[in-house]
Design a binder for this molecule. Sequence first.
Ligand SMILES: Nc1ncnc2c1ncn2[C@@H]1O[C@H](COP(=O)(O)OP(=O)(O)OP(=O)(O)O)[C@@H](O)[C@H]1O
Ligand SMILES: Nc1ncnc2c1ncn2[C@@H]1O[C@H](COP(=O)(O)OP(=O)(O)OP(=O)(O)O)[C@@H](O)[C@H]1O
Ligand SMILES: [Mg+2]
Ligand SMILES: [Mg+2]
Lengths: 224, 224
Amino acid sequence: MIKVEDLRKTYRAGLVEVPALRGVSFEVERGEYVAIVGPSGSGKSTLMHLLGCLDVPSGGRYMLDGVEVSTLGEDELARVRNRKIGFVFQGFHLLPRLTALENVELPLVYRGVDANTRREKAVRALEMVGLGARVQHYPNELSGGEQQRVAIARAMVGEPILLLADEPTGNLDSRTGAEVLDLFQRINDAGCTVVMVTHDMTAASRAKRLLKIRDGVLEGDERV
Amino acid sequence: MIKVEDLRKTYRAGLVEVPALRGVSFEVERGEYVAIVGPSGSGKSTLMHLLGCLDVPSGGRYMLDGVEVSTLGEDELARVRNRKIGFVFQGFHLLPRLTALENVELPLVYRGVDANTRREKAVRALEMVGLGARVQHYPNELSGGEQQRVAIARAMVGEPILLLADEPTGNLDSRTGAEVLDLFQRINDAGCTVVMVTHDMTAASRAKRLLKIRDGVLEGDERV
Ligand SMILES: Nc1ncnc2c1ncn2[C@@H]1O[C@H](COP(=O)(O)OP(=O)(O)OP(=O)(O)O)[C@@H](O)[C@H]1O
Ligand SMILES: Nc1ncnc2c1ncn2[C@@H]1O[C@H](COP(=O)(O)OP(=O)(O)OP(=O)(O)O)[C@@H](O)[C@H]1O
Ligand SMILES: [Mg+2]
Ligand SMILES: [Mg+2]
């Protein structure tokens, strides 16, 4: 499903170059549940953005479902992101002028799903993360952990085949976090490939494989 | 230092009322190190905003250093916030058009500190959280954990007497998180009162007292 070869990403901040990813190679089969761990600043979110087709690498190759992602045009990339991938951002990135419900409906709006069906699916996704009573709240009327859960609901509402979750439990107490991890387990059992960046070892232990990143390179790849 | 009596806060979201804090009472002596724990949505950040004079309660009283906070005018509140309190927000709230260095200098700008002194202090604060090499980066050029650490540096640069930290290690790996907790311990030893909301039990165990919040009320207060 995912094949990454010598993947590289260098940022420029002013005149300085930051080599965030310096040649990472690995494969992920369909249906796997992978955790990515490593120190702050080691390149994890950078890797996730490349896997989610949200950014382009500076070097190397990324094959998603057998297709070389760099050969895809803008429209096709947008289509892949919308139909195949669910992305939970480390910083949530909810739209501030939309309610929780409208934020979760958004991927289905882009897909052209009718208003009734998408409202129904969005409500169900929010109920699955325990936010049935918060659907009409705006992001600034939600706690940190509630915003995080809206981001999770939005990533799952379109039933993606690949869920990319960047620090999905960082703002959740252990019980709410466990509920989210149970949810990830359920969709993984249903066939969704899950790749999760986490600093939380409890969350990492729920995965079946651990990729360790340090300083932009892969320093460990273990089946657990 | 802190005395809270039957503190209440009710939000309005559209036509709905959300009683986020429903009568909380406790005292914190100077120099204490307190952790606040509880489920997502239980009222912790709401309480922190009241303690940080960033919001006004709907009921009850808050005395900071013997002064009833509701009797203070806007300018005085701003002065208290700037001179006495360091606040690490759950969502960081860095200014996007300022570099890490400029963000950390901001509390000293408001205080009228000269440019050389504040630059020196801001650089030192950033070095203390391991970001000496990132001072010229803008927030969107920083990893999640780096943004969190800039927010921590900014809260500490003015040498506050009260540090309020809302989920300060949520985006940090265990080692970087431990370094931040060591830093909090050092300023606590130096006399700063520390109140930290956390979902991380390792962080909570570094405090000497634990306040447990559930559904807007205090359900536990233990010395550890
Ligand atoms: N501006 C607001 N308007 C309406 N409701 C709000 C507002 N801000 C917060 N709330 C609600 O008040 C409750 C308490 O929020 P608070 O941010 O204090 O929770 P918390 O304990 O910090 O949660 P977390 O651990 O998820 O950060 C939540 O259920 C939230 O939905
Ligand atoms: N747009 C950018 N411009 C310049 N440097 C960047 C940019 N984005 C990220 N960086 C740098 O690249 C490095 C890797 O960032 P990345 O966000 O991938 O780290 P991370 O492993 O996700 O860290 P964390 O655990 O703190 O979230 C960091 O040192 C960061 O400062
Ligand atoms: Mg990251
Ligand atoms: Mg909170």
